[in-house]
Ligand binder design. Sequence first.
Ligand SMILES: Cc1cc2nc3c(=O)[nH]c(=O)nc-3n(C[C@H](O)[C@H](O)[C@H](O)COP(=O)(O)OP(=O)(O)OC[C@H]3O[C@@H](n4cnc5c(N)ncnc54)[C@H](O)[C@@H]3O)c2cc1C
Length: 372
Amino acid sequence: MAQAGMRVIVVGGGVIGGAVALALARRGVAVELLERDLVGAGASGAAAGMLAPLSESQAPGPFLPIGLAALREFSPWVDTVEALAGVRLDLLHSGVLMLAAPGEEAALRDRLDWQRQHDPGATFLDGPALARLVPHLAAGPAGALHYPNEVQVDARRYTLALARAAQAAGAHLREGTPATAILQAGGRVTGVATGRERLEADAVVVASGSDGALLRPLGIDLPLVPIKGEMVRLLPAGPLAGPIVFAPGGYIVPKADGTVLVGATQLPGRHDLGVEAGAVATLLGFAQRLVPQLAAARFVDAWAGLRPGLPDRLPAVGPLPPLPGLWAAVGHHRNGILLAGWTGERLAEALLDGRPLPAAVLPSRYLPPAAG
Ligand SMILES: Cc1cc2nc3c(=O)[nH]c(=O)nc-3n(C[C@H](O)[C@H](O)[C@H](O)COP(=O)(O)OP(=O)(O)OC[C@H]3O[C@@H](n4cnc5c(N)ncnc54)[C@H](O)[C@@H]3O)c2cc1C
């Protein structure tokens, strides 16, 4: 639990900063949540909103147990967010299908073998079973993995609700407030400068997404890379309920409001948010080949976001040892919506109670060993 009067500044009003602010504020910490733009302006407002740890795991490794823990904890976490924020988030239990590319069935069955040790609900559907479950899919795929326990939310609404819930728990939100420097004295963090003022704190959590600029002047160079993703939203003439479908070339996500998201490009090292005509054409072609009736859907809009990527595709969550009091919660790549609640809770437990974080996510894996 928080020491009386403890103050923490969280930099970044995305899904991760909002979740960290909420987890700390609920434990009695005096939290300042700083966002240079508006809450949800970064990758979080651009995401498809899938909570899909099995779909996102191509090989065994530390991500899957962390992702599954995040999925297990999501429902009670969302209950808390909804109650505090006073909104409904419409968690959709849609499940996910992963279609086999021609000749890829054996590889998908191998994948199922090790994944079923983590989720016995995962199954392989052959062509006829697939056609029965999703009649709107074009004929062709010989089979698919089915993950019935994977879910989805509206990512933007979730991000806004987290910030609102954090405020309801006592956090102070400042939008339009960029942190311009981390302040230090006596070998530890003392707060941040915002350009207008200096804010004091006992700890600072950097949750600035793909932007590592705040850390670099301190000599902390996490190898963060923006991975641009473009997405298209369509409104089909009739409802297209059913599971999320991953196929070679992308995914389609039928949302609770009747629209369908089609995503997404993956362009490492791109910092711009422009949506290219070629990307839209490719995504639309993909969607129509997968679900022919989408050719008649109305085009609603398209956008881009910058996923915060690290080389091992795991986030960096924990202390930044060069500077006591400085913490990171960045690099959630394709899974920040899934991992936000987990990140907020684990970071708060570590910061306040000294509970160890999984070694696989510690930022120190990217930092040179401390001198001395
Ligand atoms: C197309 C696309 C689809 C995706 N689909 C999914 C999905 O289905 N499921 C999933 O789990 N994940 C998905 N993701 C990934 C997910 O969006 C990210 O992992 C997540 O949003 C990262 O959250 P964040 O809070 O770290 O970053 P961001 O949302 O980028 O938030 C960082 C915030 O920090 C602010 N900031 C930066 N520097 C400063 C500063 N100096 N001072 C103050 N504020 C600052 C920025 O303005 C920004 O608002 C997708 C991403 C994209 C682009």
